[in-house]
Design a protein around this ligand. Structure first.
Ligand SMILES: Cc1ncc(COP(=O)(O)O)c(C=O)c1O
Length: 362
């Protein structure tokens, strides 16, 4: 067994060990075919089986049928920041974006390069320590769609209940909490997630798009950007990122082996409770800036009394085998990203370290 650290990176992030081991074992000879899955044609039986199984597994885990198409695309979430307005925003329309953190702001700015888009809901003035309350949303009943970020990776806030958009298609960037639990896909016109947090490696995007939204997508944009083209071709219009999709499929298989999304949710809630519990128990020393009801189960953001102590915390944690704890450069502090692949034992190790660091430095 090689040396493995406990990885709290925000993304690219920890992948499940069984997935990595399987990829390693199959790298030279995938399923007795004498080559890796990367060397197979995307039109061949071996790869197609992986591709369609990945799609089927997303449907099975979330429990939906033909209401939404599952697209496996290139380019991460930034690509979707552009392709969503390109597909969904007509020339005489406007889109609403809830800006509850850095990524929502980036998504809105990108949409504005395509068409008319505006910030809807409260103006947090750049301080993103909570999420809008239901009555603070100001969605336009005539908007082409309403966009939210379900989990703010940098700021550590996460939606618990979905906003009511009164019939306007709800679009969610679920990059950093997709498949952390089951959710009701019927509430969404479109959901997208880059893969490098809960799903697999970076560079690919999963898009779930409802049939009526898909049917209304624009056809006057280049084919490679059209959701309709990718849907018609089952995401095999161009050469897809085959190795990334193989790893996503293995990750979906691993989620099923844990007992599916209900088991994954229980595991994630226990991890979050362990770490927030340790922080709250030493509340005079640690400070969680996020409102309790908006705390993310995926990205735990916290501060220490000063930056020097934060630096020491991160450095000593690293010596103890825990990496990736430095907060995002835009907000500072400490951030522990605990996506699905981070185990309850990893979270318990961090909680113990949090307690011990407060005891010796508080
Ligand atoms: C919520 C959210 N949206 C978008 C992105 C950007 O993803 P990508 O770099 O794959 O475009 C990230 C990445 O950290 C994210 O956390």
């Amino acid at each position: 067994m090689q040396h493995r650290v406990i990885n709290f990176n925000a993304g690219p992030a920890a992948l499940p060990l069984p997935v990595l081991e399987r990829a390693r074992d199959e790298l030279l000879d995938y399923a007795g075919t004498g080559m890796s899955i990367m060397e197979h044609s995307h039109r061949g039986k071996a790869y197609e089986a992986v591709h369609f199984d990945a799609i089927a597994r997303v449907r099975a885990l979330l429990g939906f049928g033909e209401s939404h198409k599952v697209l496996l695309l290139h380019g991460g979430a930034h690509h979707a920041f552009a392709t969503i307005p390109m597909n969904l925003l007509g020339p005489a329309q406007r889109a609403d974006y809830v800006v509850s953190g850095h990524w929502g702001k980036v998504a809105l700015e990108e949409a504005k390069t395509v068409g008319a888009a505006r910030a809807a809901g409260p103006d947090f003035g750049g301080v993103y320590t909570r999420l809008p309350r239901p009555d603070e949303h100001t969605f336009d009943a005539g908007a082409a769609y309403a966009h939210i970020t379900s989990n703010n990776t940098i700021e550590g806030t996460q939606y618990d209940a979905w906003p009511d958009t009164a019939g306007v298609p709800l679009v969610a960037d679920m990059s950093s909490d997709f498949l952390w639990r089951r959710f009701d896909i019927a509430r969404f016109g479109l959901v997208y997630a880059c893969a490098q947090k809960n799903l697999g490696p970076s560079g690919m995007t999963m898009v779930l798009v409802r049939d009526d939204v898909l049917a209304a997508c624009r056809t006057d944009i280049p084919k490679i950007f059209r959701f309709g083209v990718h849907a018609t071709h089952d995401s095999l219009y161009n050469t897809p990122p085959t190795f990334a999709i193989y790893l996503v499929r293995e990750t979906l298989r691993w989620i099923a082996s844990l007992g599916g999304l209900d088991a994954v949710e229980a595991r994630n809630r226990a991890k979050a409770a362990a770490v927030y519990g340790a922080l709250d128990a030493a509340a005079g020393f640690y400070r969680c800036p996020v409102e309790v009801g908006a705390r993310s189960t995926m990205n735990v953001v916290f501060r220490l009394p000063d930056e020097a102590l934060e630096g020491r915390f991160v450095a000593e944690a690293e010596k103890a085998g825990m990496v990736g704890l430095k907060g995002h450069r835009s907000v500072g502090g400490v951030r522990a990203s605990m996506y699905n692949a981070v185990s309850p034992d990893d979270a318990a190790a961090l909680a113990a370290f949090i307690r011990e660091f407060a005891r010796t430095n508080g």
